[in-house]
Every structure is written in structure tokens, then in C-alpha cells.
Design a protein around this ligand. Structure first.
Ligand SMILES: C[S@@+](CC[C@H](N)C(=O)[O-])C[C@H]1O[C@@H](n2cnc3c(N)ncnc32)[C@H](O)[C@@H]1O
Length: 234
């Protein structure tokens, strides 16, 4: 039987799944995570769910290829087809932050204190952090992982209260000591500068106003970068 090796991003997520978890992977696609966790005996149960038939078929194929038994493959939108008592640890990774937020908004039971969420948005992480802050979730742990040249944030989230400043929405809630934190902040600043340049070319007054807001975010990120340097550079 072939050995399944996870990418650095999926390996970090796998490492954060508590031993013996009742696990669900929403938007599983190839189901690499539930298959790996099952093969390594890390979880008590595993649901692999996806919105679309094609990815779910790929998920089943991975299970067959690596001989992973007992995974529950489910077709469904977000957490709609999963009952709260079926999982205590839920991964939602590899999609936009706004998509992850709408999946959680449709399943408010994820903020009941009984569930740990491991979230890794591919884009718009700032929108996800804002949603979490406004809807009774707290980011307990956050880390960056570099995978094929791209930096991804990974967040461990439970029910709770948190207040994030504008810089933290963009630059990370808990990345002050992350070795890649500086790089992540710089990437965000570069992206924001591009957006500001675009808005400045516009004739519309509302775009000019938006550019002012984005400039404030850049200022907050520059201050965060200084904090990161103080914390990490002797
Ligand atoms: C790029 S893949 C990510 C696969 C894996 N989670 C990872 O992180 O590598 C995104 C998957 O999410 C699925 N997806 C997108 N929106 C979804 C939703 N609302 N509910 C369930 N699955 C969804 C897509 O069909 C696709 O298979």
C-alpha cells in the first residue's frame, strides 16, 4: 500500500487535531486529511464532506487507494448535513475567508463551546477574523505555514470573546512570535498598496474615502511590523 504524505499546510492542520477527536473535514476535496488521520489512528471517527460530487468522488478514491476504512463521506453544503454531536473538531480549509465565514454563520452551534474549529483560509483571512470577532468566537492559536511558496494562516478557534485591532484583522491575531509573521505583514502591505493605487486612480469620491481607510490599515500594519521586530530581533 502506498504511503500518504501531507503537504506542509495539511500536516500542520493534522498536527493540531487532538488525539481521539471526532473529526469532520468540510470542503475535503481529496480527503487527504481524514485519510491520513484515520490511517495514523489519530481520530475516533472521521467525516469527509464536500459540496460537489466530483471532489467527493476523489475523496472516496483516496480512501480506497490508501486503504482507509470507516470514513463517512457526505455530500453537502458546509455543515448543514453534519449534526453538532457528530464532531468535536472541524477543519474548514482551502477556501476563501468569506466562504468559511458563511459556512459558520449557517451553523451557529459551532460557537457553543463544545467544538474546536481549525480554519485555514486561502484568501480574505481578514474577513474571517472580523466575522469570528463579531460572532462569539476567539482565535486561541494561530500560525503561518509556507506551502509551495505561499503563506497560509492556520487558526485554532473556539467559542469566546476577542477584540482585534485593525492591524490584527489583517496581520494576524496571534502571530507576534511567528517566524513568518514579518513576511506575512509585508505581503499584506504590498497588497494594500496596490489596492490604494487603484482607488487613487478613480474619479469617484467613495473610492478616495476607501483609499483613506486602506491607508490607515497600512499604518497599523507598519506599527505591527515594528512590534514583531522588537519581539523577535534581539
Ligand atoms: C481547494 S479545495 C480544498 C481542499 C482541502 N480542504 C484543502 O485544504 O486542501 C476546496 C473544496 O471546498 C469545497 N467547498 C467549497 N464551498 C463549500 C461548501 N460551502 N461546503 C462544502 N464544501 C465546499 C469545494 O468543492 C472544494 O472541493
Amino acid at each position: 500500500m502506498r504511503q500518504l504524505e501531507l503537504s506542509p499546510r495539511l500536516q500542520l492542520l493534522a498536527d493540531w487535531v487532538p488525539r481521539g477527536a471526532r473529526f469532520a473535514d468540510v470542503g475535503t476535496d481529496h480527503a487527504y486529511l481524514p485519510v491520513w488521520l484515520t490511517l495514523h489512528g489519530r481520530v475516533t471517527s472521521a467525516i469527509a464532506s464536500d459540496l460537489r460530487k466530483g471532489p467527493l468522488e476523489r475523496a472516496r478514491e483516496t480512501g480506497r487507494t490508501y486503504g482507509a476504512e470507516g470514513i463517512d463521506y457526505r455530500l453537502g453544503d458546509g455543515l448543514v448535513g453534519i449534526r453538532p454531536e457528530e464532531a468535536d473538531t472541524i477543519v474548514i480549509a482551502g477556501m476563501g475567508g468569506e466562504n468559511i465565514a458563511s459556512i459558520l454563520a449557517a451553523a451557529p452551534w459551532t460557537a457553543d463551546g463544545e467544538h474546536t474549529l481549525l480554519l485555514s483560509p486561502h484568501t480574505k483571512a481578514e474577513e474571517l477574523r472580523l466575522f469570528l470577532m463579531d460572532h462569539g468566537y476567539a482565535i486561541r492559536r494561530e500560525a503561518l505555514v509556507r506551502d509551495r511558496g505561499t503563506l497560509y494562516p492556520v487558526m485554532e478557534v473556539t467559542a469566546g470573546e476577542m477584540t482585534l485591532a485593525q492591524g490584527q484583522l489583517w496581520g494576524g491575531a496571534r502571530l507576534l512570535h511567528d517566524p513568518l509573521g514579518d513576511r506575512y505583514i509585508i505581503e499584506k502591505i504590498i497588497r494594500l498598496m496596490g489596492a490604494i493605487a487603484g482607488k487613487n486612480r478613480s474619479e469617484r469620491p467613495e473610492d478616495r474615502e476607501k483609499a483613506d481607510g486602506l491607508r490607515d490599515t497600512v499604518t497599523a500594519l507598519l506599527a505591527m511590523r515594528e512590534e514583531w521586530r522588537h519581539a523577535n530581533c534581539p
